[in-house]
Every structure is written in structure tokens, then in C-alpha cells.
Design a protein around this ligand. Structure first.
Ligand SMILES: [Zn+2]
Length: 186
């Protein structure tokens, strides 16, 4: 069963997009073959990942307004796709679905961001980031160190996440995808 949790108190960290083999083995072991959403059993689907220089990666994403079983299924398919590719972050833009949806795995905790908005940010951080949409390239990026994000969960409940370190970096990386931005355009 995929469990989507309230992450308001989440302080744990993970790697953005490209994860360590240890983290990915832990993640894979957590992954069910089937899940139940709204009482209906689904088989998860691997989604095709857009690769640079596909122009569709530049598409801005639309706000999610309907929180239904289709969104639940999409989020679970995004998790499946993320794990299969040994990543820990994925934006819907990367699978050619232009809605404001992000999935992240951070220390065994599944984080779902729907319509995320940056509320506060402070400090600077420096990161080396890989991206499933730009294979075999690592980007050196200056990021905001500490952030507070206002977002919705999969059921449409609003909540906030305060994040530091790599989780903060990962969120910022994935949010940029929603705006059609890639590291490689810097
Ligand atoms: Zn990326």
C-alpha cells in the first residue's frame, strides 16, 4: 500500500533526482506491486520520461483543481516511475503531464506536492544536481538554503513543509520543472 504522509514535520533529507544505490534499494523494497485507491485496485504504470532538448519540458504546468482518483493514480505511477529510474524526485512535467504535481522520496517518506508555492526562503546553498531529463550531466547550482512551501496533498488538503539541505534543494529543482525550467538553461 502506498502511504502518503503529512510531511509538516519532515526534517529528513535525500538526494535530488539521482539517488544513491543504498537509498534506491531501500525505496524499491518499499514499493508494492499493486495499490488500492478509492477501493479500486490498480496496476501501476511506468511513464515515459521526456529528455532534453524536448521542447515539451518548457511547458508551464496548470494548477490542479480536481483531486480525484485520476490524480491518485497519476501520483502512484509517478512514484513507480521515479523508483524504477532510481531517482528520488520527479515532476509531472518530466512525464509529459503538465500539471503542478511533484513526488519526492526522502528517508522512506513519500512527499507529494500539489500546486506548491514558495512562502519563505533564506540563506544560500550549493548543490550538484542530476536530472532524469538530462542524463549523464551534473549541474552545479546555487539554491536557497531553507524554504517553507505551501502546498496541497493528494486529497486536496493544504499544508506546509519547512525544508533544509537536500530536501530543500530537491523541492526547488522539481518546482523549476513545473515552470518549464531546466538546470541546463542556466
Ligand atoms: Zn530534474
Amino acid at each position: 500500500m502506498v502511504k502518503l504522509v503529512d510531511t509538516r514535520d519532515l526534517k529528513s533529507l535525500g538526494f535530488c533526482c539521482a539517488s544513491s544505490s543504498l537509498a534506491s534499494s531501500i525505496i524499491t523494497s518499499l514499493l508494492p506491486k499493486n495499490y488500492i485507491a478509492g477501493g479500486v485496485r490498480h496496476s501501476m504504470v511506468l511513464l515515459n520520461i521526456l529528455k532534453y532538448p524536448d521542447e515539451k519540458l518548457k511547458n508551464p504546468s496548470e494548477t490542479v483543481v480536481k483531486f480525484d482518483n485520476n490524480i491518485v493514480k497519476l501520483i502512484n505511477d509517478m512514484f513507480e516511475t521515479m523508483y524504477f529510474n532510481k531517482a528520488i524526485g520527479l515532476a509531472a512535467t518530466q512525464v509529459d503531464i503538465h500539471k503542478q504535481l511533484i513526488v519526492i522520496e526522502s528517508s522512506k517518506t513519500k512527499v507529494v506536492l500539489v500546486n506548491p508555492v514558495l512562502l519563505e526562503g533564506s540563506g544560500k546553498d550549493y548543490s550538484e544536481e542530476a536530472c532524469l531529463s538530462i542524463p549523464n550531466i551534473v549541474g552545479f547550482v546555487v539554491r536557497t538554503k531553507s524554504i517553507c512551501i505551501g502546498t496541497f496533498d493528494v486529497k486536496g488538503y493544504m499544508y506546509r513543509i519547512k525544508a533544509n539541505g537536500i530536501l530543500s534543494i530537491c523541492i526547488q529543482h522539481e518546482v523549476e520543472h513545473l515552470f518549464g525550467f531546466l538546470n541546463i538553461y542556466r
